[in-house]
Ligand binder design. Structure first.
Ligand code: UD2
Ligand code: MN
Length: 479
């Protein structure tokens, strides 16, 4: 593969020799053996031996046959002495699975990595250096993209972590000043949240901070929980742009949870009740059906919050994530922005009007069926310059309104859904789009860009994806 670095300046940086040692923890469930080994070998090949204390593989009770004897034989035959394999007796999920891994670790620093990654050259030293300086700094590499179909590695733009009130993680742009400053983008920068899959933390600090919430099941939410906890309880979370690790972003998760429980909602409920104070209302008002749902016993986590003397969620929002918009239950002004009444758009200045033309397919974004159908999908179709149902209005509020009727909307609670047409609510968030750099169409709440999924498919399906500047993500609003 090619070795990609965010900034040429990264190569000029040097790191102390005596850095803390690392225990790498990889928890996996039904991972393809070849993919798991790609992750392990990239670590073995690209980490100085004296810094690599061990690689701990936690098998979360996979049922793939190849992960049984074949994996054990592979480790033994290739004398991968630093690789330790632990088998969970029961499926625990990635949260308790990582805790099992960390309880066996003896290195100074824990590095958690998803089981379908490839670490890049010089990935570890830039992560260890800030932790050596300050034990309560937790760091993430920049997550590059490995294409799920082709397995090709490509670099991703420099972004930081945020979230929306549906408690979905999203990527936020970083200030241009940070990218072009005297150091270029080489200096670690603060991030309100982490994506979850890749981070390094001092082992003692991880234990002191309360590891993870062991009441959380299978998948989801633990990344926001640990992010809030780090910031609110005296630590810092940073992204290190000179450390790059590729991750396979899949289109859907290839596994479910036992009993089909929505563990993301369950885990998010737990974290909102422990950490979010009155702001949990922001989440619950979006998901009213969860008000009645049980979320288990959280008394130990509440005690932890007290013991660690953590600040309020309001402090976190004011100081760590000031760009987060608070409307609704905890909104600053009691007067809500006016809503559309009887389909007549509120008077917001129109910035542009025209067709949303996709540069790769030369097709135009339109309603799949009818432009007045609430909840209807949008797709790309042959442009019809006489059809007023293909005309979008882009206004000062950053709404995109089709045929003067409905707004392009991205669900905050079901982030895997595709964008749809909804009644314009006039309060930003899920309906806020920016037509930005590289002709991208960026959705603020999702932190992702609109793309045409398969340019050759006549159905013209579109979806949200990580912004990568590719042609399928380029749009022009034209007359
Ligand atoms: C993201 C994170 C992931 C985790 C998740 C929220 C990145 C790149 N990935 O989703 O690490 O924080 O958000 O929970 O930021 N696994 C198990 N047991 C299970 C389920 C999963 O061991 O029951 C393993 C799985 O094999 C993988 C890891 O946990 O190695 C993360 O799961 P994922 O890759 O499906 O999560 P992802 O990347 O969609
Ligand atoms: Mn993953």
């Amino acid at each position: 593969m090619r070795h990609l670095f965010g900034s040429a300046r990264c190569k000029e940086r040097s790191y102390p020799i005596n850095l803390p040692s690392a225990s790498i923890i990889l928890c996996f469930y039904n991972e393809a053996l070849s993919t798991l080994l790609r992750t392990v070998h990239s670590i073995l090949d690209r980490t100085p031996a004296y810094l690599l204390h061990e690689i701990i593989l936690v098998d979360d009770r996979s049922d793939f046959i190849e992960l049984k004897n074949e994996l054990e034989k592979y480790i033994a035959n290739n004398q991968l002495k630093k690789v330790k394999l632990i088998r969970n007796v029961m499926r625990e999920g990635l949260i308790r699975g990582r805790m099992v891994g960390s309880s066996h670790a003896t290195g100074d620093v824990l590095v958690f990595i998803d089981s379908h990654c490839e670490v890049n050259e010089m990935w570890l030293q830039p992560l260890l250096a800030p932790i050596k300086e300050d034990h309560s700094t937790v760091v993430c590499p920049l997550i590059d993209i490995i294409n799920a179909d082709t397995l090709i590695y490509s670099s991703s733009p420099i972004v930081k972590g945020g979230f929306n009130w549906g408690l979905h993680f999203k990527w936020d742009p970083v200030p241009v000043s940070l990218l072009n400053g005297p150091e270029g983008a080489t200096e670690p920068f603060k991030s309100p949240t982490m994506a979850g899959g890749l981070f390094a933390i001092n082992r003692d600090y991880f234990n002191k901070l309360g590891q993870y919430d062991s009441g959380m099941d299978i998948w989801g939410g633990e990344n926001l929980e640990i992010s809030f906890r780090i910031w609110m309880c005296g630590g810092q979370l940073k992204i290190v742009p000179c450390s790059r690790v590729g991750h396979i972003f899949r289109k859907w998760r290839p596994y479910g949870s036992p009993g089909g429980v929505d563990t993301m909602a369950y885990n998010s409920l737990r974290l909102s009740h422990v950490w979010m104070d009155e702001y949990k209302e922001q989440y619950l008002s979006l998901r009213p059906e969860l008000r009645k749902q049980s979320y288990g016993d959280i008394s130990e986590r509440l005690e932890l919050r007290k013991k660690l003397n953590c600040t309020s969620f309001k402090w976190y929002l004011d100081n760590v994530y000031p760009e987060m918009e608070v409307n609704g239950p905890n909104g600053k002004s009691k007067i809500q922005p006016p809503l559309f009444i009887n389909k007549s758009p509120k008077r917001s200045k129109i910035l542009q009007r025209g067709r949303l033309y996709n540069l790769q397919t030369s097709k135009c974004l339109a309603a799949q069926k009818y432009p007045d159908q609430k909840g209807g999908k949008v797709v790309v179709k042959e442009c019809d310059w006489t059809d007023s149902n293909q005309v979008w209005i882009y206004n000062e509020e950053h709404d995109l309104i089709l045929a003067n009727l409905l707004c392009l909307d991205m669900s905050e609670t079901h982030s895997s859904d595709s964008p749809r047409l909804m009644k314009c609510h006039g309060s930003g968030g899920s309906q806020q789009w920016t037509l930005g750099v590289n002709n991208s169409l960026y959705q603020i709440s999702a932190g992702q860009c609109l793309k045409v999924i398969d340019p050759d498919n006549p159905k013209g399906y579109v979806a949200m994806a990580i912004c990568d500047g590719s042609r399928s993500q380029q749009w022009k609003l034209d007359n």
